[in-house]
Design a protein around this ligand. Structure first.
Ligand SMILES: Cc1ncc(COP(=O)(O)O)c(C=O)c1O
Length: 387
């Protein structure tokens, strides 16, 4: 035991020395946060449309909470409530897929779905920049995993061709908007490759749901290729403003998930009121064109002010606008200086991103005002965020 304790201490010290130790900041629902040392503007939340503090959603679930809070058991035991099933139906309709399965979080959805839907003879082809939950799902899967270079269709094509004689199935995994870079995959090209090589497509729309496509139905819907997506994951903790996730798929895949996805079977079901909140949020999202317009105006404003100020952004048209710093110590120093000056942007370091690509992951919301965005840019310049 003493040896183990010593090892924990040493590992933590090593993380600290490499500027990789994480600390948790106590925060609130944005875009403004009030702390004991003043007001902060939040520029690192995924609440892109401001629905996390929607009074309409909060009011919707007050009745539900008077029925109780917890689900009491796994959905597979006695924790499956009517609102869980209503949400699954609503989500399937929202993204135009036959069925869907609700998980308590996007992390659990990816880990559970990827491992449950693939087996020994199968091959997963995953984009190099896919989220940790996808990486962990691949690690848990018994399938062979091939990583293709980020958005590189030649590389994906070569890897698919190399495995043409494979006995099992092929699954291409990508994201609607990449979580740390903010860019999008060439989804139409992926659909063509999938057809050519007889592969299925797994698309994680965590960051694209609510903000891309007609009525916020996501990237696949924006390109009219929903029918070509075999597995579509939507997470509800970002633009939807709540938490949880649904995996939309065929009836067979849904049946398999309910019978074999361990992160669904062996965990307590989400509070039913949260599912009711998500159903309400999906209705609001469908009608939120004005919010989406404000969001995109804010993104354009930030990009043009940042370009004028010489801030080095990773190219992105989405609310995720990363400033590449390239060093963990410097990234955390700038983040700390910004905090002191009233701007909250978390520094992103390995293992979340590759070493040498440390960054300030700025996220823009529909709730930010032009004045707040101007202030963000001038504070970034003051704190060393420009070239
Ligand atoms: C692409 C992607 N997928 C899945 C998740 C996990 O979702 P959740 O926060 O609901 O666990 C995230 C979270 O950041 C993500 O960025």
């Amino acid at each position: 035991m003493a040896a183990m304790k010593e090892r924990w201490k040493n590992r933590l010290t090593q993380l600290e020395q490499a500027h990789l130790k994480r600390t948790l900041r106590v925060t609130g629902v944005g875009p403004k946060l009030y702390t004991s040392n003043g007001e902060k503007l939040i520029f690192c939340s995924n609440d892109y449309l401001g629905l996390a503090n929607s009074a309409e959603i909060a009011n919707e679930i007050i009745d539900e909470l008077s029925n109780g809070v917890g689900a009491g058991a796994s959905r597979l035991v006695s924790g499956n409530f009517p609102w869980h099933e209503r949400l699954e139906e609503s989500f399937s309709q929202f993204v135009g897929r036959p069925a869907s399965v609700l998980f308590p979080s996007g992390y659990q959805a990816n880990v559970g779905a990827i491992s449950a839907l693939t087996s020994e003879d199968d091959i997963i082809f995953s984009d190099r920049l896919c989220h940790a939950s996808i990486i962990d799902g691949c690690r848990l899967s018994k399938a062979t995993v091939e990583i293709f270079d980020h958005n590189n269709m030649d590389h994906l094509n070569r890897l698919l061709a190399q495995h043409n004689a494979c006995k099992g199935g092929k699954l291409i995994v990508t994201e609607g908007i990449f979580s740390m870079d903010g860019d999008m995959p060439p989804l139409e090209d992926i659909c063509v490759l999938a057809e050519t090589h007889n592969a299925a497509i797994y698309l994680d729309e965590a960051h694209s749901l609510g903000i891309l496509g007609p009525e916020g139905r996501g990237l696949a819907a924006s390109l009219g290729v929903q029918n070509k997506i075999d597995i579509l994951v939507g997470t509800f903790g970002k633009a939807i403003g709540v938490s949880g996730a649904c995996v939309a798929c065929s009836f067979d895949a849904a049946g398999l998930l309910k019978s074999t996805a361990r992160s669904l079977m062996y965990t307590t079901a989400p509070a039913p009121a949260l599912s009711r909140a998500i159903c309400k949020s999906l209705i609001l999202i469908s009608a939120a064109n004005a919010l989406r317009d404000s969001l995109y105006q804010n993104i354009e404003l930030f990009k043009s002010l940042a370009a004028t100020a010489g801030i080095r952004l990773i190219p992105s048209d989405s609310p995720i606008q990363p400033v590449l710093i390239g060093d963990a110590k410097k990234t955390m120093h700038i983040s700390e200086e910004l905090w002191k000056r009233g701007i909250f942007i978390q520094g992103i370091r390995p293992p979340t991103v590759a070493s040498g690509t440390e960054r300030l992951r700025i996220t823009i919301s529909a709730m930010h005002t032009p004045t707040q965005i101007q202030r963000l840019v001038s504070e970034l310049v003051c704190c060393g965020g420009s070239t």
